[in-house]
Design a protein around this ligand. Structure first.
Ligand code: CAA
Length: 291
């Protein structure tokens, strides 16, 4: 299928990154959120991130201007029905995602492809509530979207081959690399990454190391660009906990039990960088470990 326009639901961290790379690759992007402030902040963030790419000579000033001109915003979710492909990147709560697809349903063109950027929820279950499970799949980007090379493509049980090939074509046009994953809890990246982060939380909880020693150990000892606790703050501790719960519930194996210390941080509202406090405190000039 020839895709020219893309609707993005949710203008948060992932949604604005997806809008950024799609517009830069030449797609018309219609970005939706329930809140005008979130839309304004997303456009400002895209402008800033594109400017960073211009200053590092990764993108020309003309390409930046063209990308910005391809992005429109709307508070009206039904307006996305006129796009060729929708990527849902809203809050990681299944009920909200079902509501979004229910609201879109009467406004969709017959061929519109529906996708979700969910990091762990069953694609088959999300698809089953729509009128087009064969044209539904998982389109999972990594954060920060403009920098990370990988996109996970997840087929639901009913996803047809033309839908998969269309999404693969988009990944190729973005000059990113696709990894094809089956629809099992947390797919590939988060099935491996989030239990590692959870284990880092246990390592902290049991006093084997403090925040700085755990992060330094993995940065310098395993060549990870960020330590696991720094990465947890970057992803969001609520998201990490939600993914551990999906693994624990979906695979029914105690090896996936969420660390009580991770739960405690989430209960405290210390969700990581987005609220300026998680395993590190970001309110000063430099991040300060909380343990
Ligand atoms: N937009 C555009 N460019 C960006 C950017 C953004 N949002 N953020 C960083 N960059 C660019 C910088 O401009 C810089 O570009 P150059 O190489 O051209 O200089 C480059 O990225 C590196 O950035 P910095 O020098 O500022 O910082 P850094 O070297 O510390 O790298 C990082 C930052 C790329 C985030 C690196 O720390 C990293 O790779 N961290 C791990 C990220 C990771 O694991 N992400 C996956 C999370 S899991 C996930 O997303 C799945 C899920 O569902 C939870």
């Amino acid at each position: 299928m020839d895709i020219t326009s893309i609707g993005v639901v949710g203008a948060g961290q992932m949604g604005n990154g997806i809008a950024h790379v799609m517009a830069l690759a030449g797609y018309e992007v219609l970005l939706n959120d329930i809140n005008q402030d979130a839309l304004d902040a997303a456009v400002a963030r895209i402008d800033k991130n594109l400017e960073r790419q211009v200053s590092r000579e990764k993108v020309s000033a003309e390409d930046k201007a063209a990308a910005m001109s391809r992005i429109s915003t709307t508070l009206e979710l039904p307006a996305l029905g006129r796009t060729d492909l929708v990527i849902e990147a809203a809050t990681e709560r299944e009920e909200i995602k079902h509501q979004i697809f229910d609201t879109l349903k009467p406004h969709l063109g017959p061929d519109t492809i529906l996708t979700s950027n969910t990091s762990s929820i069953s694609i088959t279950r999300l698809a089953s509530r729509t009128d087009r499970p064969e044209r539904f799949m998982g389109f999972h980007f990594m954060n920060p979207v403009p920098v990370m090379q990988l996109v996970e493509l997840i087929r639901g049980i009913a996803t047809d081959e033309p839908t998969y090939q269309t999404c693969l074509g988009i990944v190729n046009k973005l000059e990113k690399t696709a990894a094809s994953a089956e629809d099992f809890p947390a797919f590939i990246v988060n099935r491996i990454l989030i239990p590692m982060i959870n284990e880092a939380c246990y390592t902290l909880y049991e006093g084997v190391g403090n925040v700085a020693s755990i992060d330094n150990a993995m940065k310098l000892g395993a060549n990870h660009p960020m330590g696991p606790l720094e990465l947890a703050d970057f992803i969001g501790l609520d998201t990490c906990l939600a993914i551990m719960n999906v693994l624990h519930d979906g695979l029914a194996d105690t090896k996936y039990r969420p660390c009580p210390l991770l739960t405690k941080y989430v209960e405290a509202g210390w969700l990581g960088r987005k609220v300026k406090r998680g395993f590190y405190d970001y309110r000063g000039d430099v991040p300060v470990p909380t343990r």
